[in-house]
Design a protein around this ligand. Structure first.
Ligand code: 13P
Length: 256
């Protein structure tokens, strides 16, 4: 069973600085948005997590890291562990974003280790999957996504699914300004839902599936009407407070 809460992630990627990020969060808080059935999750660059957490006195949003390492501590220069994320009050972590798969050569095996470790430390996980343009053109979309799901979730049991959300992000659509068409989103979300049922036949927990890729204040309403879309991952549009708040308001009002 899924609860009806919708999730809106602001993936700020490697953008902003201390000043502009603080302003963005202040502007968001000033709008005093609060919808019972919507959770907003900001994913700033990890170095700013702590200072943003301090601004969040009334728990208007949650925090996500954009990445994590799979060991708890030790000689892993430059890495951040799930325990450290917990330590600074971060509740969520993004794992397997295509930009990490592409630019830092993150493999399904590394992603799997990160999911296992983050789950052990009770972080909520947004596990991203998605096909490249080439893969879609060659009719490999379902094969690729099924493989990413199986290898990413290897050794994850039914109970651990409780803290996992799947993010579907078709790679070529990210940052393009144009979201995938609604039929494709619908088909892939339905496929992911079925795939999870096959992988976890006994599970009463159905992970939420959120869509990412050029979501903005104009297309949000149509995207959220798709049956298996439980929320969105917003990149570019989350850097503009007005656009982002419009997205939150639209999703909040859809649940009325
Ligand atoms: P854009 O909204 O800029 O396409 O980015 C989507 C994304 O990668 C969210 O994780």
């Amino acid at each position: 069973m899924k609860n009806k809460k919708k999730l809106i992630f602001a993936n700020l990627k490697m953008n902003l600085n201390s000043n502009s990020l603080n302003k963005l969060i202040d502007d968001f808080l000033a709008k005093e948005l609060s919808f019972e059935d919507v959770d907003v999750i900001f994913a700033p660059p990890v170095i700013y997590l702590n200072e943003i957490r301090k601004k969040n006195k009334n728990k208007n949003f949650m925090l996500a890291a954009q990445n994590v390492f799979y060991e708890d501590s030790g000689a892993y220069t430059g890495e951040i562990s799930p325990l450290m994320l917990r330590d600074v009050g971060c509740e969520w972590v993004m794992i397997g974003h295509s930009e990490r798969r592409i630019h830092t050569l993150e493999t399904n095996e590394m992603i799997n280790k990160k999911i296992i470790s983050s789950s052990k430390h009770n972080l909520n996980i947004i596990f991203c999957v998605g096909e490249s343009y080439e893969e879609r053109r060659n009719g490999k979309t379902y094969e690729v996504i099924s493989d990413q799901l199986k290898r990413g979730l290897r050794d994850i049991n039914e109970k651990q699914l409780r803290n996992i959300v799947i993010g579907y992000e078709p790679v070529w659509v990210i940052g393009s300004g144009e979201a995938a068409n609604l039929k494709d989103i619908d088909e892939v979300h339905t496929f992911i839902d079925k795939q999870l049922n096959i992988m976890y036949p006994e599970s009463s927990i159905e992970p939420k599936i959120v869509y990412g890729g050029s979501v903005n204040n104009n297309n949000i309403s149509d995207i959220m009407k798709i049956q298996n879309v439980d929320g969105v991952l917003v990149g570019n549009a989350s850097l503009d407070t007005n656009k982002f708040c419009d997205i939150v308001i639209t999703v909040g009002n859809l649940n009325d």
